[in-house]
Design a protein around this ligand. Structure first.
Ligand SMILES: NC(=O)c1ccc[n+]([C@@H]2O[C@H](COP(=O)([O-])OP(=O)(O)OC[C@H]3O[C@@H](n4cnc5c(N)ncnc54)[C@H](OP(=O)(O)O)[C@@H]3O)[C@@H](O)[C@H]2O)c1
Length: 322
């Protein structure tokens, strides 16, 4: 089958390790299902893999891709939950299973004609969502859902700052947060992306690092070093920063004085459970929210999507179709 794989690791030139070509068909063990992929979406995770972050070279070659929507062997339209883990080992939350992995880490991912996953990782796709829309949800949107509704501790009406408005997670935070009644403020390095964030539903937008009109209840942080100091500075006393990523670097000064003196909380968040993915799909159905897609490309042109993400030249998700 045709697939897009990480063949080599290159920290400085991630595209150099990308390989497009034939891979063996999956042969699912007992309890696993094969999904014929209709659409898959790109995440920064795929770039990290090519850079060698979060994966060891002995796992290669591995088919990239965490997210997919497609059709199972029985003809059911499904969305694939990307977290491979056992909820029974972790109080009902598979993201807390110490040996959990995401698709494309231990098992081949979704950038292929077919992908195999544990049968419990299949979630019915609502007819209201296209395959392309559904394929955006399992990583970026599920992460945003848990950050906002699981980890922020905030009621609707609260003010939430989203750092780096253009990214997949960030656009998801704006869309989901707005639909749930939060007041969403957003930053971006780019004036054009700030305008797009307003169109998406942000209440106000600011250049990266700008002083805000007032302090916010929570900051949604996926950018890391480039925005961390601003995130801490922007919080009201007792506020909370929810962090799911560190695209620009993972070791900013911790500013512990600010954390303890203002009694701030720093809370990590990763992906979401299968049950939360089910609720996210229903949230989209009920509210009419649809993922923001920057561009849709045939899987055979995947390299163009990777290049755009590496360049930071995106507003929303890149979807690959088959
Ligand atoms: N923990 C989890 O489960 C989880 C799940 C999904 C993603 N993540 C992580 O979250 C991060 C975002 O993922 P994504 O898929 O949304 O990636 P993405 O689409 O590539 O978004 C990255 C965004 O970061 C912003 N950014 C601001 N300053 C930056 C700088 N100096 N350098 C680079 N980027 C900068 C950019 O926003 P502007 O251009 O608007 O400034 C850019 O759009 C990644 O690090 C990813 O690994 C974690």
């Amino acid at each position: 089958m045709f697939a897009v794989t990480a063949a080599r690791i290159d920290a400085d030139d991630p595209l150099a390790g990308l390989d497009l070509g034939e891979r063996p068909d999956p042969s699912p063990p007992e309890g696993w299902a094969t999904v014929t992929v209709k659409a898959a979406s790109l995440n920064h995770h795929d770039i990290w893999t090519l850079r060698g972050v979060g994966i060891s070279p002995d796992r290669l070659p591995v088919v990239l891709g965490c997210d997919a929507a497609g059709v199972d062997e029985n003809g059911n339209e499904v969305v694939v939950h990307a977290v491979i883990g056992d909820p029974a080992l972790a109080g009902g939350d598979e993201t807390l299973d110490p040996s959990r992995s995401l698709l494309s880490e231990r098992y081949d991912g979704t950038f292929a004609e077919r992908v195999m996953v544990p049968r419990r990782n299949l979630v019915p796709k609502p007819a209201a969502l296209s395959f392309a829309e559904a394929a955006c949800l399992p990583t970026a949107y599920l992460t945003a859902y848990r950050m906002l509704f699981g980890r922020s501790g905030l009621e609707p009406g609260s003010t939430v700052l989203v750092q780096g408005a253009g990214g997949g997670v960030a656009t998801a935070l704006i869309l989901l947060g707005r639909a749930a009644g939060y007041r969403i403020w957003a930053t971006s390095r780019s004036g054009a992306k700030r305008e797009q964030a307003i169109e998406l539903g942000a209440d106000q937008v600011f250049p990266a690092g700008a002083r805000l009109p007032e302090r916010v209840d929570a900051v949604m942080e996926s950018v890391g070093e480039a925005t961390w100091a601003h995130s801490l500075r922007s919080l009201r006393p007792g506020g909370r920063v929810v962090v799911c990523g560190a695209t620009s670097g993972q070791a900013p000064p911790a500013e512990l004085n600010r954390v303890f003196f203002l009694q701030l909380s720093v809370v990590g968040s990763t992906m979401g459970s299968r049950d939360q993915l089910g609720r996210l799909l229903r949230f989209c159905e009920q509210t009419g929210v649809r993922p923001r897609i920057d561009r849709t490309l045939p899987l055979a042109q995947a390299a163009d999507g990777f290049a755009a993400m590496i360049a930071g030249d995106l507003f929303g998700k890149v979807v690959f179709t088959l």
